[in-house]
Design a binder for this molecule. Structure first.
Ligand SMILES: C[S@@+](CC[C@H](N)C(=O)[O-])C[C@H]1O[C@@H](n2cnc3c(N)ncnc32)[C@H](O)[C@@H]1O
Length: 273
């Protein structure tokens, strides 16, 4: 079994498990911290059905949290990610799926902004769970939207799920904040992630950093540091960026498709055409 060495890839599926088939049921305590994540996959499935999608592109697909359920539902899915380790986790999970599901998924290792796609072949493009803001440079964010627009068939849709910066602590914090305890799906050991964040800088970037403390069977602990940078996008900026990339119609929701977006919402769930 492949065990990722990069800490974010190692703990990702323990942090954000499949609610229906968690390796450790106790890891679903994550939904106390990220309740919206329980709802995102059903929303993508509903939306794909509504628009009668056939071929879906998931940019920044990570370890397949969203792409695998879409393929299970019968959609043809292309997934793109920059992290070789996240894709290796994805491939490992995919190898345990029924053959038709495996056949419906194509994985591409690469930068979402430099994707070499044939023109206009997708009905639906998804950037799930803050993937768009994890493109940490404005130029990359713009390139990804341009690429998404030209890769969509006429009438196709782009779905973006970003945290709403109005609800984030953009001043940062330096006292490590412990998250709920979970179990590492590779070792079975308990671990706790502790997080800090820098203040947002002039490029609207904020670095999220911290460490995972894993409690080993011999009573010792193992600490692994992590660091990720995201580029914050305020609602109006996201709207104009989409417009400048050629998306002519946008609708924003606050809780997937349940209600129109307002600044009190934790997420901006954007549907662009
Ligand atoms: C928050 S994770 C989301 C993963 C998955 N979409 C999900 O919902 O669980 C963000 C992903 O974006 C990927 N990523 C970051 N920059 C990228 C880029 N320029 N091109 C492609 N993938 C990128 C990371 O490797 C990571 O897997």
């Amino acid at each position: 079994m492949l065990i990722p060495t990069d800490p974010v890839s190692r703990y990702y599926d323990s942090e954000y498990p499949d609610p229906n088939h968690p390796v450790y049921p106790e890891n679903t305590n994550c939904f106390k911290e990220y309740s919206l994540l329980q709802q995102d996959i059903p929303s993508y499935l509903t939306y794909a059905e509504q628009v009668q999608a056939h071929h879906i592109l998931e940019l920044c697909c990570g370890s397949g949290r969203v792409a695998i359920p879409l393929a299970h539902a019968g959609y043809t899915v292309t997934g793109v990610d920059l992290s070789q380790q996240m894709l290796s986790v994805f491939k490992q999970k995919l190898s345990a799926q029924p053959a038709p599901v495996q056949q419906r998924i194509t994985l591409i290792h690469g930068d979402a902004g430099k994707l070499d796609t044939e023109q206009a072949q997708y009905d639906l493009i998804i950037l799930a769970f803050n993937s768009f803001v994890f493109l940490e440079e404005e130029t990359i964010q713009r390139a990804v939207l341009q690429k998404a627009r030209t890769s969509l068939k006429p009438g196709g849709t782009l779905l973006l799920d970003n945290l709403n910066p109005a609800q984030l602590n953009l001043n940062g914090w330096t006292t490590p904040k412990p998250h709920l305890e979970r179990r590492c799906i590779y070792s079975g050991n308990r671990y706790i992630r502790s997080s800090c964040a820098t203040p947002m800088n002039a490029q609207q970037q904020q670095t999220l950093y911290g460490y995972y403390t894993e409690y080993l069977a011999d009573g010792s602990t193992q600490q692994s540091d992590y660091q990720l940078t995201w580029r914050i996008l305020f609602y109006e900026q996201l709207q104009s960026m989409l417009k400048e990339a050629g998306f002519s119609k946008q609708t924003a929701y606050g809780y997937y498709f349940d209600k129109p977006f307002s600044e009190e919402d934790r997420h901006i769930f954007m549907v662009a055409k």
